[in-house]
Design a protein around this ligand. Structure first.
Ligand code: KG4
Ligand code: ZN
Length: 374
């Protein structure tokens, strides 16, 4: 990550010089992310520099339960958030007084954690007398590509995370048209459940990817490609997950061998890749129809976008369709606060901020994002 010196480290300077410096210096926003099991804080400047990006994963706290326990997550955010924010400020060498805004995930997510982040952000914003920005977590993922790459509106977004799987036309900040979504499990959930079934541990996505990489024969098991070949941009993963269970149950050994688990993980990942390509191809067609034949860049975002096999499948599709795939670095695909700071900056640049009366939203569809910062 690039670092940047604080605008306030050169002393003494006149008030006029300070004002001028503040005027020409890029705006800097503190981002806070607490919607699931990562406690994160980051400082991002609107010249697209990430000044610091601190992520504390609560893996150890939740591992014994095989999934995220909401109350444990909320208590952990409460314990760690202050220290994580301090660390982000120190690593960027920035004082609170140099900030132009405070952004926090306002939803969707686990309500206890979202409340901790939102209250902390509001308190800092009130004391520093700077705007508070309520960021839709999904919008954080959706706009990350504009932080990491040169991407203009409009573009096609494949949002693949633990709680979501959607295809959207991204028209502008706060303007999203949903083209399709999952009719049952989210894609990350399918990875996590499959990992559990195969005894690969938690968190499931990286475990499935690692096991699949060691597969001798991923074609050994024939798994379905749900909804593939059908019109539309919706997804379905529950049948695929069940097919993995049935395939595992048919094996003679009571306990899956590492080799069988790897082949099944490889077969599952290959099926998911084929499904994503099929659905994204339809979405590219739908986008072209509503945008006078335009072929948009395809942006992939969310934790599952860290998967290298899936990226390779989407890259091949984009080459075939003469467009480009934009995939942020894996560390900015999984939950982080740089994406929240950046989405906050995108709103702030347009003069849109949230009131201190903003109420956290455990459910908050991306196509309703306009309503938070006005
Ligand atoms: O975006 P994210 O960090 O949190 C949510 O907003 O949900 O996504 C977490 C999800 C989890 O289901 C995790 O298993 C999955 O992303 N994931 C992956 C990989 N890394 C994380 N799935 C597949 N392959 C990966 N390498
Ligand atoms: Zn996320």
């Amino acid at each position: 990550m690039k670092r940047r010196q604080s605008a306030n480290t050169v002393a003494p300077v006149s008030l006029a010089a300070r004002r001028l410096e503040r005027y020409i210096a890029p705006m800097i926003v503190l981002g806070i992310e607490t919607s699931c099991d990562e406690t994160a804080a980051a400082l991002v400047a609107d010249d697209r520099t990430i000044l610091s990006n601190v992520v504390l994963s609560q893996l150890d706290e939740h591992q014994p339960y095989g999934g995220v326990v909401p109350e444990i997550a909320a208590r952990a955010h409460l314990d760690y958030l202050d220290g994580i924010i301090r660390q982000a400020l120190d690593e960027a060498n920035i004082e609170l007084a140099a900030l132009d805004g405070i952004a926090a995930t306002g939803g969707p997510g686990l309500i206890g954690g979202v409340m901790v982040g939102v209250m902390t952000a509001k308190a800092i914003a009130a004391v520093q007398d700077v705007p508070f920005l309520a960021v839709n977590h999904l919008e954080g993922h959706a706009l990350t590509a504009r932080l990491t790459d040169d991407v203009d509106f409009p573009y096609l977004l494949l949002l693949v995370s633990g709680g979501h799987c959607q295809l959207l036309a991204v028209e502008d900040v706060g303007s999203y048209e949903r083209l399709g979504g999952t009719i049952d499990d989210a894609i990350g959930e399918a990875f996590d459940k499959t990992a559990k079934l195969l005894g690969l541990g938690y968190p499931g996505g990286p475990a499935v990817e690692a096991a699949a990489a060691t597969a001798d024969d991923p074609k050994r098991f024939k798994l379905p490609r749900p909804l593939s070949g059908r019109p539309g941009c919706d997804f379905s993963f529950s049948g695929l997950k069940t097919a993995v269970r049935h395939a595992a149950a048919k094996l003679p050994d009571e306990v899956l061998s590492p080799g069988d688990a790897a082949d099944l993980a490889g077969a599952f990942q290959a099926a998911v890749g084929d499904v994503l390509v099929d659905r994204c191809a339809n979405a590219l067609d739908a986008f072209a129809q509503s945008h006078a034949g335009a072929v948009p860049p395809l942006v992939v975002a969310g934790g599952v976008a860290a998967n290298l096999h899936l990226r390779a499948c989407l890259t091949a599709l984009c080459e075939h369709r003469h467009t480009r795939l934009v995939a942020p670095p894996p560390a900015l695909c999984t939950d982080n606060a740089a994406m929240i700071a950046w989405a906050g900056l995108e709103h702030l640049r347009r003069g849109a901020t949230a009131g201190l009366d903003f109420a956290p939203r455990p459910r908050w569809p991306l196509d309703e994002t306009r309503t938070a910062n006005a």
